[in-house]
Design a protein around this ligand. Structure first.
Ligand code: ATP
Ligand code: MG
Length: 566
């Protein structure tokens, strides 16, 4: 491709609103442009990177016998009503109406569409297993679109779904996808780890997320310092056994705590530790409320809460809701005297003797609070986030944290969708039963951002050769010089003929501009045709090492082939 004919709008400065390196560089190097919050155009360079990633994805999935199809982004509401998710998916689902007032959603994922499709076409166990995938634009009205294409509201996903006659068949397919994903992310040159993830209240139990280790990751991975245990902190169980403090229970007392709102305020004011305070939070759980208690030094894990209560949606109640339900501010909530609201507590609460909690009244707290005596807990469970220093859930070593970008997710769905949507088959004995399903996602545009985040230096991108938009950046220093222009054209043609992807900078620009742009765009090899063109000598620069050498055009081919394997 000739640079004069494509669109690579590089910028000299870092865009002010881009916080992380990959986002800055994707904008600066002319790869993407924002159209609205979380909505991007992929310019020609990015399109080629995406193409390379998709090629790897397709090869590995085709290898395990999955087949590609393409489903519509526009999905009728009826399908989502059948699965029930129309009512529970929440604000992330982009909903719309057509001219006849019929409701639709722009697909954030395709379980409903694929289940209805396979339900209508596959009736016998003999057609299973079946694994189908697509690469397509997804829509999610994210609360916080951020970091450019890393978390968009419109993004490209590879989503795959498998259908089975038995659990064993699903297990087998799951393992194949696990292997294929490992191959994909390895070939994408990512430093990643497969971690145990949250399986939700419904569906099968196995699920893994593929996490790229990165400081800008929004997920936290809890891993053991001794074993190979690694899990998303969303689901890592806490196995600590709590001992009740050896101390005589005292009589409950209500104390004035003027203007003391947070756990820090209250514990300092009353001269107790945070671990002696009962943190009480009101959660909206689907259409009901629940009071959740954790120790003052712990954090409620809303995923564990959601799973415990088998809810579709849990969220912290807003201040005005808390006021109307409990009659007090968020900082004053406590479990004493609460009626008609379920109280669930983390196991650590059992260790509290003579603790502190809110009194459901502004500026007052209770002291000498004893669970069981002063209030009743409906259910104790593991409800807190694991912390660094906790025991590893596999019993080996202690937990440490690392940040990760979730690039892929595999999940045993079980019969969650086939039952709700009546997708059944006749088995070997002629009996009707729901198909067993798995689902498998990769954030293709997020993978691009993750690679961009990992492969750059102070001057720009340093793409791995199999991901780079082109292999070679051929720079004609002075296109007005006939010898340089004709040698550039000649090399352009011969290198393309040899199978390399070449970007020829044929623009009439100062050399400094061309070199800076080349570093920014980040192709693995730069070849500069300059003053020595008449002698058949060019300059070759390795983008990664920065090494430059003069090379005779007769030796060019062998040097390039040593650096780039096609
Ligand atoms: P996250 O926790 O990051 O919101 P998710 O659990 O909602 O991800 P899935 O529903 O499992 O994601 O979607 C499959 C894959 O799609 C994810 O592993 C991720 O790589 C990608 N993905 C999800 N949401 C986005 C987004 N807003 N922008 C870009 N990629 C995304
Ligand atoms: Mg999400």
């Amino acid at each position: 491709m000739k640079q004069s004919m494509t669109l690579i709008p590089t910028l000299r400065e870092n865009p002010a609103d881009a916080e992380i390196r990959s986002h800055q560089l994707l904008l600066r190097a002319g790869y993407v442009r924002q159209n609205a919050s979380g909505v991007y155009s992929y310019l020609p360079m990015a399109k080629r990177v995406l193409h390379n990633i998709e090629k790897i994805v397709r090869e590995e999935l085709d290898n395990i016998g999955a087949v590609e199809l393409l489903m519509p982004a526009l999905q009728p509401a009826e399908l989502w009503q059948e699965s029930g998710r129309w009512y529970t998916y929440g604000a992330e689902l982009m909903r719309m109406k057509d001219r006849h007032e019929r409701e639709f959603a722009l697909g954030p994922t395709h379980e409903e569409v694929i289940t209805s499709l396979v339900r209508d076409e596959v009736k016998s166990y003999k057609r299973l297993p079946l694994a189908l995938y697509q690469i397509q634009t997804k829509f999610r009205d994210e609360k916080r679109p951020r970091f450019g294409v890393l978390r968009g509201r419109e993004f490209i996903m590879k989503d795959g779904y498998s259908f089975h006659n038995s659990q064993e068949s699903l297990d087998e397919m799951y393992d194949k996808f696990y292997e294929a994903y490992s191959n994909i992310f390895r070939r994408a040159n990512l430093n990643f780890r497969a971690v145990i993830a949250d399986s939700g209240a419904m569906g099968g139990k196995d699920t893994h997320e593929f996490m790229v280790l990165s400081d800008v990751g929004e997920d936290t991975i809890a891993y053991s310092d001794t074993s190979d245990y690694a899990a998303n902190i969303e689901m890592a169980p806490v196995i600590t056994k709590y001992e009740k403090k050896a101390e005589a229970q005292k009589a409950l007392e209500k104390i004035k705590t003027e203007n003391q709102k947070t756990i820090e305020d209250v514990s300092a004011y009353l001269n107790v530790t945070a671990a002696e305070c009962i943190k009480t939070l009101l959660f909206k759980v689907d259409e009901e409320y629940a009071l959740v208690l954790v120790r003052g030094d712990h954090e409620v894990n809303d995923i564990k809460l959601k799973n415990l209560l088998e809810a579709e949606n849990v969220e912290l109640a807003e201040a005005d809701v808390t006021k109307s339900v409990l009659g007090c501010a968020v900082g004053s909530i406590g479990p004493i005297g609460i009626k008609n609201i379920k109280i669930v507590a983390d196991h650590a609460i059992t260790s509290i003797v003579n603790g502190v909690c809110g009194a459901n009244e502004e500026d007052f707290h209770y002291v000498n609070v004893n669970p069981g005596k002063d209030f009743t807990v409906n259910q104790y469970a593991d409800l807190r986030f694991i912390e660094e220093g906790d025991l590893s859930p596999d019993g080996q070593g202690i937990i440490k944290f690392a940040k990760g970008i979730e690039v892929g997710h595999i999940f045993k769905l079980g019969t969650r969708y086939s039952e709700a949507m009546d997708a059944t088959i006749l088995d070997e004995n002629g009996r009707s039963k729901p198909m067993i399903m798995g689902c498998y996602g990769i954030g293709v545009s997020r993978v691009m951002a993750a690679i961009a985040e990992q492969y750059n230096d102070e001057k720009g991108f340093v793409w791995p050769a199999n991901i780079a938009p082109y292999h070679i950046h051929l720079i004609a220093v002075n296109m007005k010089n006939e010898e340089q222009a004709s040698l550039s054209e000649e090399l352009y043609r011969s290198m393309k003929k040899a199978g390399y992807e070449v970007l020829l900078d044929d623009r009439i620009e100062r050399p400094g501009v061309k070199f800076a742009d080349a570093d920014l765009i980040g192709l693995p090899i730069r070849i500069t045709v300059g003053k020595k063109a008449s002698e058949g000598i060019v300059e070759l620069k390795d983008r990664k090492t920065g090494e430059m050498e003069e090379v005779h055009i007769n030796d060019l081919q062998s040097i390039i082939s040593a650096k780039i394997s096609l």
